[in-house]
Write a protein that binds this ligand. Sequence first.
Ligand SMILES: [Zn+2]
Length: 627
Amino acid sequence: MGTILQSIPKEAEVTKIEYEGPRIAIYTKNPRYLMDHNDVISNMVNVIKKRIVVRTEDSIRKPEEEARQILTQMLPKEAELASTFFDTAIGEVTIELKRPWLCHNNQAFNLPELVEKTGWRARIRKVCKNQSQTLQTINYNLKISSSERAKHLRQCGEQIFRPKLSEDAEVSLLTLGGFSQVGRSCMLLTTHESKILIDCGINPGARSPIEAYPRLDWTNITLDELDAVVISHAHLDHAGFLPVLFKYGYKGPVYCSEPTLPMMNLIQLDAIKVAAAQGKVPLYSERDVKQVMKQTITLPYGTVTDISPDIKLVLSNAGHILGSATCHFHVGNGDHNFVYTGDLKYGKTMLLESASWQFPRVETLLIESTYGAKEDIQPSREEVEATFTKSVNETLRNGGKVLIPIPAVGRAQELMMVIDQYMKSGQLVESPVFMEGMIQEATSIHEAYPEYLSRELRQKILETEDNPFDSEYFTNIEHADAREEPLREGSCIIIATSGMLEGGPVLEYFKNIAPIQKNKILFVSYQVNGTLGRRVLDGARQVSIVGKEGKIEVININCSTEKLDGFSGHSDYNQLMSFVYKLRPKLKRVIVNHGERRKSENLSSSIHRMFRIPTVCPQVEEAIRLL
Ligand SMILES: [Zn+2]
């Protein structure tokens, strides 16, 4: 810290230097100086190899109301200021504008001047038409806990930058869930210095607790021993158990990408509601989810971040859902590089870019194998879109309804874009599209992070007023009373959560739609073994579901059912193999997870045969020495 202070010119008026989680925060009374001389900071980063952020000193920050008035005067009128959020813990204001593009490349508007005049660092974002409730809740919780958070960040920093105990490198991976199975993804990465928990999910199809949750009990460590938890993406099978760690007093940080925080909070809070509706005791409470918000440190893609004395983390786009990340762990001084793909889509979709594969080095790759069997070849996007329109048109023309059970996050937004595009072009019969259950909310979060979306979509949202998520075909059903309209006589498309028919509003539609022959249930996402969705897909003609107040209802399935694979957010067998083929330099070892046993084994042996790389296909409760 002393060296940093000495190398900064007096004019910068630096008052203090503090840890802020994985970064070092430099507080200044003259932010303008460091903005105008940004080489001062970049030179320092090169020397100390740590992330540095410049913060404004408390005393120069104008009170919020005054700062807002200054902003209103300085921002271009036509950009339309919609809202502001002042984060007091870090002295940063988020400015939401209707037309943010009017600020970029605008001579009249000067960001450093704005910072100088208000004393607040500024971040400009585009406002969403439907403001995300989740983001508002997060902002509110961040605000009321700002001193608690500032303290937490300081403590995290002290832990991360503590002196190393030994120079010996030794790296192991303990499998706690999601190996030779899909669901409850979880593992522990250990070195002499650190213990990092990676993902912490539940298995939605499991019936017994021993199968449903990660085997943290098997590791024999306490939560206090964990340096960090890293979450690859928001799905329940990767982050659904995380709030339970907080329930039992986890004090450390959680790292994930920026959109993953609101996405996982949304899903975690929904899981509480779903459990209550099924008459089950929820695993955790809303309070635990709020604690997740407070202790999470979000990272943009591509930023090297110290998360413990000997581990650096870089998140990159995994192409699976908004914010999904491959996690690159760099151990020691280049002693070992471990890449965990998380759920991976190596192929472009309408919503997202294809997964990144340019890692500076990888010795061990841990890859998912949802579609790891040889026969798991998905049709091309053109083919699947053609099959989709044909199948949906058939039912609509017969006066039937198409029910698409869908996870709120990812597939829903992808499908919205496909439906909008094909209806506009006339290839899909124009009909009302009803959506229910978190889809609208998840869509708002997508709109809040356009920089994480595919290039074309980002451009449409950021630089034009033509936003495909706002299409006139879609009607959001907000209350159960409004279901009358979609269930009335006549053809329509209904998209509802959850994706595997395990709870959620989709069940209400399912009860009405399944018994009628001219209707169709169309699955577009993976159906985990043991879920109702899987049983329906496997041809069950009668199922019983637990309704309100624990009453069992028997449903006859007379409608047709169909599954379309090409919309998946997972790579197919060929894409998984191409991804491995792309990686350079040559891998030393590949570990396979996240697949039914037979699929994981097949991918493991295929990689071994094709690329002559040692592969492992472990089960849960195994320890693998990486170095
Ligand atoms: Zn996933």
